[in-house]
Design a protein around this ligand. Structure first.
Ligand SMILES: *Cc1c(COP(=O)(O)O)cnc(C)c1O
Length: 391
């Protein structure tokens, strides 16, 4: 497949490999190793002189198909799949940094990523400074002589803050630093960070790439040379995506373009309704003109995406009432599912932050995050109205 195809086509067809049986739909290769025709062929495969499968810790055709399809969608030279999004983030740092080096990260990133950078990588001598995602100048000021990596998510969770990817990439490159973007919230259908100057894109495939809440997976994408270190970490340490999960993700990606369009239009409709609701004090959705970075979001994303955050009037008690009155929405922290999910970040995903850190980050006790699914928006409104009417 070449790059001339549109994303809708690449999502369905890029990367497909066929075995001798000429199956139409991608096969699942459940095998831990591959046989060689001769000792010489085995030697050539192991030395890298000849391409081909060796052992499923680092080569499997189902996984290769997933990697090729995602690389085509992100416009990346190379994609390396991992067992989860967190494994992908760990592999990026383990593959590219060493003790004594430094990361500048957005302060609004996934909670486990903060723990990984602070508590685990910190023990191995990699330090991290956290900066506001929406102030590029703060990134420039945080650069140290030993800084190697910038790391951000845009839009952020749960406040949907939008980072200026091109501006932050320019600052990174002027300082000789790589920029990694966790593109989980947008997927390559809505945002392609490599085109805006990012060096590395990271995915939790668990979210929109699967899209139906079934499996965990992750990926790191970028230029060939940069990905070599990440691949060496995979091959040696083994945080490998299983063939089964790769196959599920391939099937999920076929519907990614139409799902992202539907998630986005449902989210915009719900956000518009919430913004007009008297029991809602503010709505954060990049697709709304009231969003603080609406113009930037619309310049770098195709739509506002599927995540809506809003503040119920009356703090934590009000937020819990809205959540507890739902019958249709799933109370779960997952996102990117066909089923709409609802969470109270302050007491779940962001409960490991201190109250002061949450206040600094703008995550109030009344904040609710909704990952809008593919149900009827009218049904979603009715489900939320039940609790909103009580507060
Ligand atoms: C879920 C998530 C991750 C972690 O991915 P897992 O597949 O759960 O390991 C990383 N970043 C973001 C933005 C996420 O939402």
């Amino acid at each position: 497949m070449n790059d001339n195809f549109d994303p809708d086509t690449l999502a369905v067809r890029a990367g497909t490999l066929r075995s001798q049986f000429q199956e139409h739909s991608e096969a699942m290769f459940l095998t831990s190793s591959f046989v060689f025709g001769s000792a010489a062929e085995a030697a050539a495969r192991f030395s890298g002189a000849e391409p081909g499968n060796i052992y499923a810790r680092f080569t499997n055709p189902s996984v290769t198909m997933f990697e090729t399809r995602l690389a085509a969608l992100e416009g990346a030279e190379r994609c390396i799949a991992f067992a989860s999004g967190m494994a992908a983030i760990l592999a990026t740092v383990m593959g590219l940094l060493k003790a004594g080096e430094h990361i500048v990260a957005s302060r609004s990133i996934f909670g486990s990523t903060v723990q990984l950078f602070n508590n685990i990588l910190g023990r191995f001598g990699v330090t991290t400074s956290f900066v506001p995602p929406t102030e590029p100048e703060a990134w420039r000021r945080a650069v140290q002589p030993n800084t190697k990596l910038f790391f951000l998510e845009s839009p952020s969770n749960p406040l949907t803050e939008v980072s200026d990817i091109r501006a932050i990439a320019d600052i990174a490159h002027a300082a000789g630093v790589w920029l990694a973007v966790d593109n989980c919230f947008c997927s390559p259908i809505l945002q392609r960070p490599l085109e805006m100057g990012a060096d590395i894109v990271i995915h939790s495939a668990t979210k929109y790439l699967d899209g139906q809440g079934r499996v965990l997976g992750g990926a790191v994408l970028g230029g060939k040379a940069l990905m070599e270190g990440v691949y060496t970490f995979l091959r040696t340490a083994g945080p490998t995506l299983s063939a089964f999960n790769a196959w599920v993700l391939l099937k999920g990606m076929e519907t990614l373009p139409i799902r992202m369009a539907a998630h986005s239009s449902n989210a915009l409709e719900l956000a518009t309704w919430l913004e007009a609701h008297p029991k809602v004090s503010r709505v954060l959705y990049p697709g709304l003109p009231s969003h603080p970075q609406h113009e930037l979001a619309m310049a770098q994303q195709k739509t506002g995406g599927g995540i809506v955050a809003f503040e119920a009037v009356g703090g934590k008690a009000a937020a819990w009432t809205v959540i507890d009155q739902t019958r249709l929405l799933s109370i779960t922290a997952n996102l990117g599912d066909t089923r709409t999910t609802i969470t109270h970040p302050a007491s779940t995903t962001h409960s490991r932050m201190t109250p002061e850190q949450r206040a600094d980050a703008g995550i109030g006790d009344g904040l609710i995050r909704i990952a809008v699914g593919l149900e009827s928006v009218e049904d979603l409104k009715r489900d939320l109205e039940r609790g909103l009417a009580l507060i």
